[in-house]
Design a protein around this ligand. Structure first.
Ligand SMILES: C[S@@+](CC[C@H](N)C(=O)[O-])C[C@H]1O[C@@H](n2cnc3c(N)ncnc32)[C@H](O)[C@@H]1O
Length: 344
């Protein structure tokens, strides 16, 4: 917090103009896996030998990274990753966000945001881009999911006994990380995971590698237009709503077959705007531009707006919270089970 909300001076304003250079440096550093390689201190010449790079240029890069405090340098001129940044930038770490940074790098190479924004403003249709290669996209979907999955799973423990059988539906499951974490917390959870064919093939592979394929039913279809079968008590929509309008999401919620004999829970996890406009809301606000530019769908709900809208549809908001350290929040909603004699 607080790169921006400090007293301005001309130098700090000029630095804004140069922030893209910081991103470029990060992109390159992730591309050459520099941060993982500096898990132990190394001099520039040791590192240049290991990477077979030009030492003079490498040293400039290392110094620039020290200047923005992603690296530190010791008295023997050895560089290492700043300890607080290390868990996020070391590709072996559970909290690594390297693949998200790599996704941003490939997206940046595919389109010029400047042009996208100007096109939107002047009524031109921005150039549509192809999705990045599947492995870059699915790796990015897996990245940074561990903490929100655990956080949401722990919240669900308030509502579901950990030994209770749960019929769980994950719509747009991506690589399946949320289902995997929920399964660790709820041993009797049985999951149905739906995504598009090319993604489900990757999900299947990942679940097979983890020996849990038998705990899940994998379906490839379009959950918006195809029917959904089963009877569920818990449904996850993680990073899905931003692709759809509120009307489309209501249509989806109405067609999900919930188990009428149990309370139904839906957990929605996404980027939301905030009434308070601060540094943390920059990304969600900007994302709405991005979505419009690429999906022609405006996504700009605050958590409270989506909450009141869900309440108007007969759902009760039972929990909502921003995920600490990430630009996402979750909202847990529930509907009572149907009373005796009520028609399903
Ligand atoms: C941003 S990713 C989110 C993945 C995962 N839920 C997560 O939070 O990490 C969105 C996923 O939803 C899938 N998706 C979106 N709309 C879909 C639809 N109508 N039918 C099937 N899959 C869909 C996409 O293929 C993609 O894998």
């Amino acid at each position: 917090m607080n790169i921006f909300h400090k007293e301005w001076n001309s130098n700090r304003i000029m630095n804004l103009t140069n922030l893209y250079k910081v991103s470029e440096l990060m992109f390159v550093s992730i591309k050459i896996d520099l941060f993982s390689k500096l898990h132990e201190p190394k001099t520039s010449s040791e590192l240049s030998k290991e990477l077979t790079f030009d030492n003079d240029f490498l040293e400039i890069i290392l110094k620039a990274l020290v200047a923005i405090n992603l690296l530190q340098i010791d008295k023997n001129n050895r560089y290492h990753v700043t300890p607080s940044a290390f868990p996020y930038l070391n590709k072996e770490s559970k909290n690594s966000i390297n693949s998200l940074i790599e996704l941003e790098r490939t997206m940046r190479n595919k389109r010029n945001l400047n042009e996208v924004i100007l096109d939107l403003l002047t009524g031109e249709s921005p150039k549509r881009i192809d999705f990045p290669e599947k492995n870059i996209y699915t790796n990015a979907m897996s990245s940074g999911t561990y903490y929100p999955a655990l956080k949401m799973g722990r919240v669900l423990l308030k509502y579901f006994d950990k030994n209770r059988p749960i019929n769980f539906l994950d719509l747009g499951c991506g690589p399946g990380d949320y289902a995997l974490t929920f399964k660790k917390l709820f041993s009797n959870l049985v999951g149905t995971l739906i995504d598009r064919e090319e993604i489900i093939n990757i999900t299947r592979q990942r679940l097979m590698e983890k020996n849990v394929l038998n705990d899940f039913k994998l379906i490839h279809n379009d959950f918006m237009s195809d029917p959904i079968s089963g009877k569920y008590e818990l449904v996850l929509l993680s990073n899905i709503c931003h692709f759809y309008s509120l009307e489309e999401i209501s249509h989806l919620l109405n067609k999900i077959p919930f188990n009428p004999k149990e309370e139904s829970f839906v957990i929605i996890h996404d980027f939301f705007l905030d009434e308070e406009l601060n540094e943390e809301t920059f990304l969600p606000i900007f994302a709405s531009l991005d979505w419009m530019g690429n999906h022609s769908n405006r996504f700009n709900y605050t958590l409270n707006e989506i909450g009141s809208w869900l309440e108007s549809l007969g759902w009760m908001v039972v929990e909502q919270e921003a995920i600490k350290g990430l630009p996402t929040s979750y909202i847990l909603i529930k509907k009572e089970k149907k009373g005796e004699g009520e028609i399903e």
